[in-house]
Write a protein that binds this ligand. Structure first.
Ligand code: GLA
Length: 747
């Protein structure tokens, strides 16, 4: 992680003086308390008298000298601040009621463990206690060790001073002289105090229906968010947010949230423990997983990022977006804004030719497009999804002189050039598969189930990894390519790695993803100007792991502009607008046959990174005029939409006839409020939408994006306070219509 600073204190109460942004650790004899403070957040843990590391606090910032004691009663004057509880009953031994920061599976633990192991002699009891801690650079490291065996777990903590977002991870090391099997290992366990009013918010869906918001009560019945697919998946995103019933709303109340930086199978469980305390545990999915840890070997987990906000779901996502842009996205805050893109997939599908693409490029350039992307169908024998994947050479029937003439044409038209690839896959009908049938995930002698007529290459194999890196490096070196759309269009079925010793075969879940990250980061290192879009049949692989190596992602193959409003609303709970691409495509939409106007489609897509995926060959002159107007208008608000603060004024939902979303630039000099009407009802006066996030004392000029007359009664200029108090509304009527108001600081 880049650019992280933090401060940290540990010690007895009197020594807790967190006043600077420097790391500060004191660890006097006796109780050890570790405390991390970032903007708006305090996190604390401490060692009890038996040596367990107990979580003590996570939430709104505490004062420097505030007591940090365990929830088990500590007597006044007791030098022990963190108390180890005794047994509660014969059914609840001490080991099962002690709240632990990272418990091993042992000593009667009845909740999800941080780590579960089996030693070579069959011992499955693992009890982790504090051994040591240190501060290295900007990271607090706490080492836990089993009470008997030479197995250690190292916990890492970093807190961002600007946002209070924590980065946590764990490593297990086998100090024994025989292998130890790790059956389960979490990146982190988070704990909140006992309560019956917590609600879990999460994001779920399926292909072309991703990012649906759900929320459920947190009870002793665990809620498990997981993927068993080998990749992140469309099902449950590795993101959570927890609020309190009746207290937490869009702009108010506490929210604890987090996201796992991992693009493979994962598991996050959320529930009340046996004493009603809230636990969130996340890491590698133990399903079908184990890791035989050799003597001296260490296994690291991915990072689990987590934050707290007292400003509701909106505050949580704004804080998280800020962190993600600054610390996860390649280039950070200095990264380039997303160019307006054209992609030919919905227009041509596999019917890609040099002449056809050149004609589209000419039309795209006319409306102000900045990047032209050729999607699937340009390579190998790729005339349908039945053949060609794996053969990343230009199809000479479609492009007789290679890609250069088209690329030169695209450049001459003032755009940069991008190509679609799906490197991790192979069609059985391909030269690559014919040469290397052993390169796919498989079990010897078992069926190889195809998905979209393709198999998954086993990236965990070094030869496969090196081959793909070589092929992609060549492709980017030999062609002037600014952008790759990196797709991944199926889940794993038979996830075997038969070349490995049996006890090491399930490493495939980790080694595959690590090698994927290796290819992406090495490609970026060799081609620093190359930008990459992450795609997996839409939003099937969006997480903070892949986002650290890609410049944007494709949230869904569903490009219907009304559905898309909800997709975008869900996506931005967890991830920033700066990476969220959104295309204007044809109407009726392929996904649901809904018919919408070109204006409405633009207004929906302009709320993210604008792209165009329509068949421009079918457009009339008036469509080009409309599109040119919107593309030009988008460029005037792009910085605000992509890098501003997002306010959900009236979130889109199936029960809501209208919705409104607002973006405010970081310096608050510009705000843009989109109002979208799903369908008109009655003749009543609709309620106004109240802008948020403007500077109350600044004067703003208001205008209608793309030109147009202000509604009656709306003054041309007024203070931020006026707009936020008074609100405003466009007189929208009909179905699927919208508008956007732009607020620019006057003068
Ligand atoms: C996936 C992607 C689409 C398109 C096709 C091409 O479905 O999500 O955008 O690239 O593959 O085959």
């Amino acid at each position: 992680m880049r650019k992280m600073g933090f401060f940290l204190t540990s010690g007895i109460l009197a020594t807790l003086v967190p006043t600077t942004a420097q790391a500060k650790v004191t660890a006097p004899a006796g109780a050890k308390i570790f405390r991390l403070d970032g903007a708006g957040v305090t996190y604390a843990m401490g060692v009890d008298e038996k040596g367990y590391l107990q979580p003590l606090y996570w939430g709104a910032p505490l004062a420097a000298g505030d007591p940090l004691v365990s929830t088990d009663p500590v007597k006044t004057g007791d030098p022990v601040l963190v108390k180890a509880p005794g047994e509660l009953s014969g059914f609840d031994p001490a080991g099962s009621v002690t709240l632990q920061e990272y418990p091993g599976q042992g000593e009667g633990l009845v909740n999800d463990p941080g780590i579960k192991t089996i030693f070579a002699d069959g011992n499955r009891d693992l009890v982790l206690k504090y051994r040591s801690h240190s501060v290295r650079g900007e990271t607090l490291i706490v080492e836990l060790a089993d009470i008997k065996r030479p197995l250690t777990v190292t916990l890492r903590y970093t807190i961002d001073p600007e946002t209070g977002v924590l980065a946590r991870s764990a490593s297990v090391r086998n100090g024994d002289n025989r292998p130890v099997r790790v059956d389960q290992i979490a990146s982190a366990v988070f704990t909140l105090p006992v309560g019956d009013d917590y609600r879990l918010h999460y994001l779920t869906g399926r292909h072309a229906a991703e990012w649906q918001k759900k929320d459920v009560a947190i009870t002793p019945a665990l809620t498990v968010l997981e993927s068993r697919r080998g990749s992140t998946g469309h099902g449950n995103n590795p993101y959570f947010a927890i609020g309190r019933e009746g207290v937490t709303s869009e702009e108010h109340g506490p929210v604890w949230y987090g996201a796992l930086a991992w693009s493979g199978s994962f598991r996050i469980s959320v529930g009340q423990d046996n004493l009603g305390r809230i636990r969130v545990m996340g890491g590698y999915n133990p399903y079908d997983f184990s890791w035989s840890l050799k003597p001296g070997e260490t296994l690291d987990t991915p990072i689990f990022y987590a934050g707290y906000s007292n400003a509701g779901m909106g505050g949580a996502s704004r804080t998280f977006h800020k962190f993600e842009v600054a610390h996860i996205m390649p280039g950070g805050e200095k990264a380039r804004l997303r160019p307006v893109l054209y992609n030919s997939w919905e227009a041509t599908a596999f019917d890609v030719t040099e002449a056809g693409q050149e004609a589209l490029a000419e039309k795209a350039a006319r409306i102000g497009v900045e990047r032209f992307v050729v999607d699937d169908g340009w390579f190998g024998a790729r005339n349908s999804d039945k053949a060609g994947l794996g053969d990343w050479t230009v199809n000479r029937t479609k492009f007789p002189n290679g890609m250069k003439p088209l690329i030169d044409k695209v450049h001459a038209l003032g755009m940069d050039f991008g190509l679609w690839v799906e490197p991790e896959m192979v069609n059985v009908d391909s030269d690559l598969y014919r040469a290397h049938p052993d390169w796919v995930l498989n079990y010897t002698g078992r069926p190889r189930t195809e998905g979209r007529n393709q198999l998954v290459l086993n990236l965990a194999r070094k030869d496969v990894r090196d081959h793909l890196l070589g092929v992609l490096d060549k492709l980017v070196s030999e062609n002037d390519i600014a952008f790759l759309k990196w797709d991944y269009n199926r889940n794993w079925t038979e996830g075997g790695w038969p070349e490995m010793p049996v006890q090491d075969q399930q490493r495939v879940y980790v080694d595959y993803v690590r090698n994927l990250y290796h290819i992406l980061s090495e490609l970026r290192r060799r081609h620093p100007k190359l930008e990459i879009e992450g795609c997996s049949g839409g939003g099937g692989r969006v997480d903070l792991g892949i986002l650290g190596l890609t410049d944007e992602v494709w949230p869904s193959d569903n490009t219907d502009p009304a559905d898309r409003l909800m997709i975008q609303d869900g996506f931005t709970q967890a991830y920033p607008t700066s990476v969220m691409m959104a295309w204007v495509t044809d109407s009726p939409n392929w996904a649901n046959t809904r018919t919408t106007s070109l204006d409405y489609r633009f207004l929906s897509s302009m709320q993210g990174g604008l792209g165009i995926g329509a068949n421009l060959d079918k457009w009339q002159q008036e469509d080009f005029t409309t599109a040119s107007k919107w593309v030009a208008a988008y460029k005037t608000i792009r910085q605000t939409v992509q890098r501003g603060q997002l306010y959900r004024i009236d979130p889109p939902s199936n029960d809501n006839a209208s919705s409104a979303t607002m973006y405010v630039s970081q310096d608050r000099r510009q705000g843009v409020m989109f109002q979208m009407l799903h369908s008109s009802m009655w003749r009543d006066n609709p309620t106004p939408n109240h802008p948020k996030g403007l500077d109350p004392s600044a004067t703003y000029r208001v205008s209608v994006l793309g030109g147009g007359v202000l509604p009656d009664g709306v003054p041309a200029r007024a203070s931020g306070a006026y707009w936020m108090e008074r609100g405003l509304r466009a007189p929208l009527k009909g179905d699927f219509v919208g508008t956007a108001f732009v607020f620019d600081v006057a003068g």
